[in-house]
Design a protein around this ligand. Structure first.
Ligand code: F58
Length: 785
C-alpha cells in the first residue's frame, strides 16, 4: 500500500514526494484506496449484465455525501493497512481524512437519505445507479456576523474530486423550448435550445467491499463552447454567453426561486437531470433488450420527491413519440417502472409549475400531461382529481398518477398522506400508498463516526452488527452489566471531550464535558421549533438566576443548522439563539450550569462529531409536520435519549426503545388542528404560563440585544398572535419534560442504562432494512448477494 500511494503521488499526480503537500498526499491515498474499489465495481456490473438482473435507478436532485475517504477505507476493510502505510510515509491518516471537503450536494434529510440508500444498496448487492446533478457549488457555507447568518458560496470542486470519473463519452442532448409539430400523425418536438449533459461517475462501495454501484452525476455544457462570431468582433463576454448559460444549470444547488428567473432555472435543472438519466436508462436497456414493453421487468425508477416528477411525461414521450408505443401502452409501461417517495406534507413545499412556464420550456410535456389527465379520467370517470388545475401543474399529483407505488417515510407520515394531501387519490387508488420508514447507514453513522462505541459493542456481541444492525438487540442484557455501563459512559465522555475541544477552538466557548450535552441539529425551520428550545433555555437561565445556589443540573444546549437564504423568520431564529448565547455564556452567575453553543456551518462532517457526543436529542417539531427525521435515528443509535413530540419517526423510535427510555411531550397530530382552531390560543397559553410570558418579555425588553431590542419583534409578535406552529401551546409541557430530563440525568447509572438501551433497540432504523423494504414492496428486485 505504501508503494501504491507513492506511485499514485508520482505517476498519477506528478508530484515529487519531497514537495508534496497535505492535499497531494490526500489525493494519493484516495486514489490508492479507489483502486481497490475497481475490481468489485467491475464485477458487480458484469454480473448484473450476465445474469440480466433487474436494476434500480434512484433519481434524486440531491445527494448529501459528506467525505468519502474514511467511509471507503472502512467498507473495504483497510483501516489497519492504510494506517500502517501512512505511518511508514510519515503521514497522519486522521489529518488526511479531515482534509477532504464535504460533498454537500443536498440541503438536509432528503439528500442525506439518498446517500444512505446508495450505500445500503451497495452493501446489500442491489444492482443500482444513483442519478443526480454535479453541482459546482453545493450548499452554501454558513458563518455568523454579529449573530446573523452569512452565506458564502461553497466550492468543493476547486480541488480535484478524487472519487469521480469523467465520462465525456456518455453524454446526452437535453432540449428546452421550441415547438411541437405533427408529422405523419405523430407529434414531434423541436427544441429551440439544447444543452449537453455530461456524465461523472463515482463508485459507491458497499460494506466489506463485496459490491459497488454507481452514482452518476450530470454536468451541463453548451453545445458549442464559444460564439466565435462575437469573439472575432471583440465581444469576448458575449462570446462566452452560450457557455455561461448552459453551465448555470449545474452551477448551484437549489437556487433562490423567489424570482421568475430562479423558478425557471429550477425547472430546467429538474428536466435536465431527469431527461439525461432516462436517456441513459433506455440506452442501457437497449443494449440488452429490444422490446421496450418489458422495461418494468428490468428497470425500477425511484423518484426521490417530486423534483424528478417530469420523468413521467418524459418517459411517455420517449416510449410513445420516439419509440412508437401506443399512448395508453406507453403510460402503463412508464407507470409500472416508476415509483415516488413523498417527503413532506407542507403545502408550500409541494411543487407546482405555472402552465405558461412549462408550456414555454417543455411544450410537449405539457401536452402529454393533458393526455395523462385524460387517460386518468377515462380510467376513473367522474372523479375530480386532476394534475392540471387553476393554471398550475401539480407535481405531487403528476407523480402519484404516474407511479405504481407512492411511499411515505414514516408510519405517521404515510397515514397522514392518506388522510390529507393524497386523500382523493388514495380513495381512487387504494393500496398504491405504502410506507417505508426511513433508515440510516450503520457504517457511517455508528461504525465509522463513533469508533469508541463501535469497539465496545463489538467486544460485547461481535462485529456482525455492522452488516446486520438488528443484531444490536444482543446488547439489551448488557444494559444491566455494570462493567458495560461504565465503559459505555467512558466512551460517551471521551466523545464529549472531543466535541468540547472543537467548540473551544471553533467558537471560543469553554464547556464542561461533565454537563449534559443537549443537541438540536437540523435545518432551521419554524416547524422544527428551535425557538421553542431557545425560549425554554431563556426560562431556565432566568430560573437559575432566581436561585443561583439551587441544585441545578449543568447543561450545554447545542444548536447547529442552516436557514434557507430567503427564509427571514428562520434567520431571525438563528440571530436570537446567538444573541441569547452571547448573554448567557458571559453570565458568571449561571456559568456553572448553563451554556449555549451554536456551531456554524452544520454539515455531514460536523454531524459525525456531534452525534456521538450527544446525551439528549431534541426532536420537538409540531406534531404532523416532520415527515420522518433521520437525525433522530442517528442520535438514538449513538446512545442519546430523545426529548420529542409524537411526530414522524419519533413515534416508531419510542415504540422500539420503550416509552420509559424516551421523553415525550406535546400535542399529538390529532390534537393540533383543534388547538389551532381555538381563538387566541397563543395569548391563552402565555397567560397560563408565567414562565413563558417572562421569557418572551425578556426578549422584547432587549435583554439579549440591548442596542436593538425591536429586532426580534417580528418573531415574538408572531409567537404572541398567529403561532401557527404552536410553540406557546407546547411550552409548558416541554419545560416540565425538560425538568424530568434533568432529574433522570442526575442518576448517572440509570441514564447510561437508558442510553445503552436506545443503542440496543435502534437496530431497526438501519437503511439496510429500509432498502430491503423498497426492494420487496416497491421495486420487485432481489439482492444479488
Ligand atoms: C426531509 N425533507 C423531511 N427536504 O423533512 C424529513 O422529515 C425526512 O426525514 C427527510 O426528508 C428524509 O425523508 C427534506 O430534507 C428538503 O431538503 C427539501 C429539498 C428541496 C428543496 C427544499 C428542501
Amino acid at each position: 500500500m505504501r508503494t501504491e500511494i507513492l506511485e499514485q503521488l508520482e505517476y498519477g499526480l506528478g508530484k515529487d514526494p519531497a514537495h508534496a503537500q497535505l492535499y497531494d498526499w490526500r489525493m494519493a491515498v484516495s486514489l490508492a484506496v479507489r483502486k481497490r474499489i475497481m475490481a468489485p465495481w467491475f464485477a458487480a456490473t458484469r454480473r448484473t449484465y450476465d445474469e440480466g438482473l433487474k436494476r434500480v435507478y434512484y433519481l434524486s436532485m440531491e445527494f448529501l455525501i459528506g467525505r468519502s475517504l474514511e467511509d471507503a477505507i472502512m467498507n473495504l476493510g483497510l483501516p489497519e493497512v492504510i494506517r500502517e502505510a501512512c505511518e511508514g510515509l510519515g503521514l497522519d491518516l486522521r489529518q488526511i481524512e479531515l482534509d477532504e471537503p464535504d460533498a454537500a450536494l443536498g440541503n438536509g434529510g432528503l439528500g442525506r437519505l439518498a446517500s444512505c440508500y446508495l450505500e445500503s444498496m451497495s452493501s446489500l448487492g442491489c444492482p443500482a445507479h444513483g442519478y443526480g446533478i454535479r453541482f459546482e457549488h453545493g450548499l452554501f457555507r454558513q458563518s455568523f456576523h454579529e449573530g446573523r447568518q452569512i452565506e458564502d458560496p461553497e466550492d468543493w470542486l476547486i480541488q480535484r474530486h478524487a472519487w469521480e470519473f469523467e465520462r465525456p463519452e456518455a453524454s446526452f442532448h437535453v432540449g428546452f423550448g421550441g415547438e411541437v409539430s405533427v408529422r405523419d400523425g405523430k407529434a414531434a418536438w423541436t427544441p429551440e435550445e439544447r444543452v449537453i449533459a455530461s456524465a461523472y461517475d463515482t463508485p459507491v462501495i458497499g460494506w466489506q467491499g463485496r459490491w459497488a454501484n454507481t452514482l452518476r452525476l450530470w454536468g451541463a455544457l453548451p453545445e458549442s463552447l464559444l460564439d466565435l462570431g462575437s469573439f472575432n468582433k471583440g465581444d469576448f463576454v458575449g462570446a462566452a454567453r452560450p457557455e455561461a448559460l448552459a453551465r448555470t444549470i449545474s452551477r448551484v444547488l437549489y437556487p433562490d426561486d423567489t424570482t421568475p428567473e430562479g423558478k425557471a432555472l429550477r425547472l430546467r435543472q429538474e428536466y435536465f437531470f431527469t431527461a439525461a438519466s432516462l436517456g441513459d436508462i433506455l440506452r442501457r436497456f437497449r443494449t440488452e433488450y429490444d422490446d421496450l414493453r418489458i422495461l418494468p421487468q428490468k428497470v425500477a425508477i425511484q423518484l426521490n420527491d417530486t423534483h424528478p416528477a417530469i420523468a413521467g411525461p418524459e418517459l411517455v414521450r420517449l416510449l410513445h413519440d420516439v419509440n412508437g408505443l401506443e399512448l395508453d401502452e406507453a403510460i402503463e409501461c412508464a407507470r409500472a417502472s416508476l415509483s415516488y417517495t413523498n417527503h413532506t406534507l407542507m403545502p408550500e413545499a409541494l411543487e407546482s409549475w405555472p402552465e405558461w412556464l412549462m408550456g414555454q420550456l417543455l411544450p410537449r410535456h405539457l401536452q402529454l400531461i393533458e393526455r395523462i389527465d385524460d387517460w386518468h379520467a377515462r380510467h376513473k370517470p367522474g372523479r375530480k382529481v386532476a394534475i392540471r388545475s387553476h393554471g398550475e401543474v401539480g407535481m405531487g399529483a403528476l407523480s402519484f398518477v404516474m407511479a405504481h407505488k407512492v411511499n411515505g417515510v414514516s408510519a405517521l407520515h404515510t397515514d397522514l398522506m392518506k388522510k390529507t394531501v393524497f386523500k382523493d387519490f388514495n380513495r381512487l387508488h387504494p393500496g398504491r400508498i405504502v410506507n417505508q420508514t426511513n433508515g440510516v447507514t450503520p457504517r457511517r453513522w455508528l461504525n465509522t463516526c463513533n469508533p469508541g462505541l463501535s469497539g465496545l459493542i463489538t467486544r460485547a456481541i461481535g462485529d456482525g452488527w455492522v452488516g446486520d444492525l438488528e443484531k444490536l438487540a444482543g446488547l439489551d442484557p448488557f444494559a444491566d452489566d455494570p462493567g458495560f455501563i461504565t465503559d459505555f459512559a467512558a466512551v460517551k465522555r471521551a466523545n464529549k471531550e472531543a466535541l468540547a475541544c472543537y467548540v473551544k477552538d471553533r467558537i471560543g466557548v469553554a464547556i464542561d464535558p461533565a454537563a449534559m450535552f443537549d443537541v438540536q441539529i437540523k435545518r432551521i425551520h419554524e416547524y422544527k421549533r428551535q425557538h421553542l428550545n431557545i425560549l425554554q433555555a431563556i426560562a431556565h437561565w432566568q430560573a437559575i438566576h432566581d436561585n443561583p445556589n439551587g441544585d441545578w443540573v449543568p447543561r450545554v444546549r447545542f444548536f447547529a443548522g442552516k436557514a434557507a437564504p430567503g427564509y427571514v423568520l428562520a434567520k431571525e431564529i438563528i440571530h436570537l439563539i446567538n444573541a441569547v448565547a452571547e448573554v448567557i455564556n458571559a453570565d458568571p452567575v449561571t456559568a456553572p450550569f448553563l451554556k449555549v453553543a451554536f456551531l456554524p456551518n452544520y454539515n455531514v462532517s460536523l454531524a459525525e462529531l456531534m452525534i456521538p457526543a450527544a446525551d439528549l436529542s431534541e426532536q420537538i417539531s409540531t406534531a404532523g409536520k416532520e415527515a420522518s427525521g433521520t437525525g433522530n435515528m442517528k442520535l438514538a443509535l449513538n446512545g442519546a435519549l430523545t426529548i420529542g413530540t409524537l411526530d414522524g419517526a419519533n413515534v416508531e423510535i419510542r415504540e422500539r426503545v420503550g416509552e420509559e427510555n424516551f421523553f415525550t411531550f406535546g400535542l399529538t397530530a390529532d390534537m393540533v388542528e383543534a388547538r389551532r382552531a381555538v381563538p387566541d390560543h397563543a395569548a391563552e397559553a402565555i397567560r397560563a404560563s408565567a414562565t413563558l410570558g417572562r421569557a418572551i418579555a425578556a426578549i422584547d425588553k432587549g435583554a439579549f440585544l440591548s442596542r436593538a431590542p425591536h429586532i426580534f419583534r417580528p418573531l415574538t409578535s408572531d409567537l404572541k398572535s398567529r403561532d401557527y406552529f404552536l410553540v406557546c401551546s407546547d411550552f409548558d409541557g416541554y419545560a416540565a419534560t425538560q425538568r424530568a430530563v434533568d432529574e433522570a440525568f442526575r442518576e448517572a447509572k440509570g441514564w447510561t442504562r437508558m442510553a445503552a438501551l436506545n443503542t440496543a433497540r435502534s437496530g431497526w432504523f438501519s437503511s439496510d432494512r429500509a432498502i430491503r423494504g423498497y426492494m420487496a414492496d416497491i421495486w420487485n428486485v432481489k439482492p444479488a448477494m
